[in-house]
Design a protein around this ligand. Structure first.
Ligand SMILES: Cc1cc2nc3c(=O)[nH]c(=O)nc-3n(C[C@H](O)[C@H](O)[C@H](O)COP(=O)(O)OP(=O)(O)OC[C@H]3O[C@@H](n4cnc5c(N)ncnc54)[C@H](O)[C@@H]3O)c2cc1C
Length: 352
């Protein structure tokens, strides 16, 4: 079977959904393909496993319940400059192709699931992790990036009987962030009782996690590997391998057009935009790409994409956190509370 569409969007994350909604608002027909049947506000998934009564399952919505354009639940297995092929052999020909397939964790299904493709399976998957946590005594979180820091804080706050260790392979948490952000988040984790180990290198050997530096095996009964982000680029490798950089991300120019391709844009986590890989930035990029397509249809061109300064609001537990603004770092409860209320779930759906 062959389908024809004006705009094909591969991936229904923050980036892809934003492009679809913005274009549909302007009367441009889109087709969005995602292997899952639901969108998930990732910001809320960690609290989903530590305190499911707080978040309920509000972070997830089925595409069919809010997406304006055509939605196809399937896996894209191949793509060229003019068409994509789905796992059942369906070919989708497009005028504009949008690559927004994001990233996944190599072994951290709590963050982004690689197996739960329908919403109820995902709800059950996260509830399953909550049950495991409830019966755990010691938890090891590997990776002191944003996800690892947040997860360690969430567990320590909601389940204070658990002894939480956060192991990081550097001498500071949150590499790339301001020194004050790193210091304040460490202080907050420590005050929740989290034991932070620096310069560790845990390796999984059979069923054990062993710190390569000390040779000591972790005695944790539950381990989360908040490391190893991989781009979802497999479908690009047959015909479009030249658009990938050495790390597997899609090369784009200052207009978020795929370098060397006239009909393709790439944005969000999969694209080498030169901005932090964050959902709110993927939404900004989505708005920009939609505007570019609308201008292109009118024979005009959009100005270059303006990269945004990094703003990060990192919750540590359910009350505290650190806010990094372009010119200041603060732990003011009033500002932290903006996110703590519902982890921005409503804000995201409102934007859609
Ligand atoms: C636990 C956690 C907390 C976070 N907290 C924050 C936060 O507080 N603030 C913030 O701004 N960012 C946060 N982020 C980062 C944010 O989630 C990402 O930057 C964002 O998800 C990127 O959006 P995206 O649309 O580029 O890609 P993704 O969200 O990865 O979406 C890509 C979509 O493409 C689909 N897909 C992939 N390959 C295929 C294929 N071949 N065929 C069909 N479909 C495919 C996937 O199923 C997925 O739905 C967090 C991330 C995690 C994991």
């Amino acid at each position: 079977m062959t389908i024809q569409t004006d705009v094909l969007i591969i991936g229904g994350g923050f980036a892809g959904v934003t492009v679809a909604q913005e274009l549909e608002k302007q009367g441009i027909k889109t087709t969005l393909v995602d292997r899952k049947d639901y969108f998930e506000v990732t910001f809320a998934t960690l609290r989903n496993i530590t305190a499911p009564d707080k978040t309920k399952n509000r972070a997830r919505k089925k595409y069919q319940d809010f997406l304006s354009g055509r939605f196809i639940q399937s896996d894209v297995v191949e793509m060229s400059s003019t068409a994509a092929v789905l796992i059942d052999g369906t070919e989708i020909k497009f005028t504009q192709g949008i690559i927004a397939s994001g990233t996944r964790y190599s072994s951290m299904p709590v963050a982004k699931s690689t197996i739960a493709m329908d919403i109820s399976a995902r709800n059950d998957e996260l509830l399953g992790f909550h049950e495991k946590l409830k019966s755990a005594n010691k938890v090891l979180v590997i990776g002191g990036g944003v996800v690892g820091v947040e997860l360690a804080g969430e567990i320590a706050y909601a389940l204070p009987n658990i002894q939480v260790t956060l192991a990081h392979n550097s001498h500071v948490l949150l590499n790339g962030f301001e020194e004050k952000t790193q210091r304040k988040s460490l202080e907050q984790l420590n005050s929740l009782g989290v034991d932070v180990i620096f310069n560790s290198q845990y390796l999984k050997i059979d069923d054990s996690y062993i710190d390569k530096n000390t040779g000591i095996a972790s005695d944790a009964d539950l381990v989360f590997e908040a490391t190893g982000v991989l781009p979802n680029n497999e479908y690009l490798k047959t015909n479009l391998s030249q658009i990938l950089n050495d790390y597997g991300y899609v090369r784009v120019n200052e207009r978020l057009e795929v370098i060397g391709e006239n009909s393709l844009y790439a944005l969000g986590d999969i694209a080498d935009v030169g901005e932090a890989k964050l959902g709110y930035l993927a939404q900004e990029q989505g708005k920009y790409v939609a505007k570019s397509i609308i201008k292109k249809l009118k024979g005009k061109s959009n100005k270059a994409y303006k990269r945004n300064p990094l703003i990060a609001l990192i919750p540590v537990g359910q009350k505290d956190g650190v806010v990094q603004l372009p010119f200041a770092v603060t732990t003011l409860r009033f500002l932290v509370g903006l996110k703590q209320k519902d982890l921005f779930v409503n804000k995201v759906y409102k934007a859609f």
